[in-house]
Ligand binder design. Structure first.
Ligand code: NAD
Ligand code: IPM
Ligand code: MN
Length: 364
C-alpha cells in the first residue's frame, strides 16, 4: 500500500498539510505534533509543507484548488494530511467540491478506507457490545457514483424546474474497489467480505455492481462473500456489528454507512480515513467535517485526526511509529484524558499535548 518503500534513515517523507476550515484548523496541528514526536526519535524524517486552501482563501481571492496543485502534490509529496472543509459563508460548498473531491478524482484516489474499530468498550452506544464485536473496514468507492458532478438544471427557478444528478459507474471503477476489498481481506487474514448496493431499485448502475461482484468473488473462494442491500446493511450493522470484517460499497452509501459506523465506535471525533491509490500520493483525513457548531472553541476532539496520521504512517510503511501513535490514543481513552464529546473535560490542545508526551516517552 506504500507509495515508496522509505528506507530506515533514508529520505524524508514529504507531507502536504491542508488544515482547511473550522475544526480542521484546530485538530490538524495536534496530529502534526504527535507525528513529529513519533518519527523524530526513530530517525524517520518528516517534512511538512502547509497549504492555506479553504474558505478564507476562496472568499478572499476566489481560489479553491490553485492551478498546478494536483501535479505538485502528485510529484513532490508522499502523502497529504487533510483537516476538513466546509464553511457557512460558502453555502454552495464549491471550494470543498473543488479541493476535496477534486483531489480524490484528479489523484485517482479510488479507495476510501474507513475503519470502524471500537477502541474502548464503554464508547459504543450499543448495549453489551465489546471491542471484539466492532472491528471492520469499510471500503467506499471514491472516484465515481453520484459524486462526479454530472447533471444539471432545466427551467431552474421556475415551478417546472427539473434537477438531474447522474450516477456514474464504470466497470473499471467498480472492479478495482471490489478487488481491493478482497485483497485487503486476504492480506489481513479476514474471512468475510460484504458488498452492499441497492440493485433492487438502481437496476442499471447496481446491476453492474452485482455482475462484477459475482465475477471477482470467484477468484477468492477462501473468502466468505455476501451481499446486502444498503438499507438492510444499515439495520444489520446496528443489530450485530460482529458479522462484518470488510464492507465494500459505492461512494454515497459509503459516506453514509461510515458515519453510522463511526458512531458505533465512539463518534465522529474518533474516526480516521485514508483516500488511497496504492503506490501514489494519497490523502488522509478524519471522517468528520469542519463542525461549525464547535469551531473556534478549542474543544474539538483531535483523536480522529491523530488516528488518521497513524493510518498515513502505515501507508508510508512506518508500522512501528503508526502503532506507537495508536497506543497513545488508546492510553488517552484508558486514562480518560479526553474532550467533552467523549465525556472528558480537556481541550483540543491539552489532549494533543498529552498524546505528544505519551508518544515521546514510548518512542525509541
Ligand atoms: P461534522 O462532521 O462537521 O459535524 C457533525 C457533528 O459531529 C457536529 O455536532 C460536530 O460538532 C460533531 N463533531 C464532528 N467532529 C468532531 C470532533 N472532532 N470533535 C467533537 N465533535 C465533533 O458534519 P456536518 O455538521 O454535517 O458538516 C459541517 C461541515 O463540514 C459542512 O460544510 C460539511 O459539508 C463539511 N464536511 C466536510 C468533510 C470533509 O472535509 N471531509 C466531512 C464531513 C462534512
Ligand atoms: C466525507 C464528507 C464529504 C463526502 C463531503 C464534504 C463532500 O462528507 O468525506 O465523508 O461526502 O465525501
Ligand atoms: Mn461524510
Amino acid at each position: 500500500m506504500s507509495k515508496t518503500p522509505l528506507r530506515d534513515s533514508g529520505p524524508a517523507a514529504r507531507i502536504a498539510v491542508i488544515p482547511g476550515d473550522g475544526i480542521g484548523k484546530e485538530v490538524t496541528p495536534e496530529a502534526v505534533k504527535v507525528l513529529r514526536a513519533a518519527c523524530a526519535p526513530a530517525n524517520r524524517p518528516l517534512e511538512f509543507v502547509e497549504f492555506d486552501w479553504g474558505a478564507d482563501k476562496y472568499l478572499r481571492e476566489g481560489v479553491s484548488l490553485p492551478p498546478g496543485a494536483v501535479e505538485m502534490l502528485r510529484d513532490e509529496f508522499d502523502a497529504i494530511l487533510f483537516g476538513a472543509l466546509g464553511d457557512p459563508r460558502v453555502p454552495s460548498n464549491q471550494h470543498a467540491a473543488d479541493i476535496l473531491l477534486g483531489l480524490r478524482f484528479k489523484l485517482d484516489l479510488y479507495v476510501n478506507a474507513r475503519p470502524v474499530e471500537l477502541l474502548h468498550d464503554r464508547l459504543t452506544p450499543l448495549r453489551d457490545r465489546t471491542q471484539r464485536d466492532i472491528r471492520c473496514m469499510v471500503f467506499r468507492e471514491n472516484t465515481e457514483g453520484l459524486y462526479v458532478g454530472v447533471g444539471g438544471f432545466f427551467k431552474k427557478g421556475t415551478a417546472d424546474e427539473i434537477a438531474v444528478q447522474e450516477d456514474v459507474n464504470s466497470r473499471k471503477g467498480v472492479e478495482r474497489i471490489i478487488r481491493y476489498a478482497f485483497e485487503y481481506a486476504v492480506r489481513h487474514g479476514l474471512k468475510r467480505v460484504c458488498m452492499s448496493d441497492k440493485s433492487n431499485a438502481m437496476t442499471f448502475a447496481h446491476d453492474l455492481w452485482q455482475r462484477v461482484f459475482k465475477e471477482v468473488k470467484q477468484e477468492y473462494p477462501q473468502i466468505e462473500s455476501r451481499h446486502l442491500y444498503i438499507d438492510a446493511l444499515a439495520m444489520e450493522i446496528v443489530r450485530d456489528p460482529s458479522q462484518f470484517d470488510v464492507i465494500v460499497t459505492c461512494n454515497l452509501f459509503g459516506d453514509i454507512i461510515s458515519d453510522l459506523g463511526a458512531q458505533l465506535a465512539g463518534g465522529l471525533g474518533l474516526s480516521p480515513s485514508g483516500n488511497i491509490h496504492p503506490g501514489k500520493t494519497s490523502l488522509f483525513e478524519p471522517v468528520h467535517g469542519s463542525a461549525p457548531n464547535i469551531a473556534g472553541k478549542g474543544i474539538a476532539n483531535p483523536l480522529g485526526s491523530v488516528l488518521t496520521a497513524a493510518m498515513m504512517l502505515e501507508f508510508l510503511g512506518w508500522k512501528r511509529e503508526s502503532e506507537i501513535v495508536v497506543s497513545a490514543v488508546k492510553a488517552a481513552l484508558l486514562n480518560n484524558y479526553l474532550t467533552s464529546d467523549l465525556g472528558g473535560t480537556h481541550g483540543t490542545k491539552e489532549v494533543g499535548d498529552w498524546l505528544e508526551k505519551h508518544v515521546e516517552s514510548h518512542s525509541a
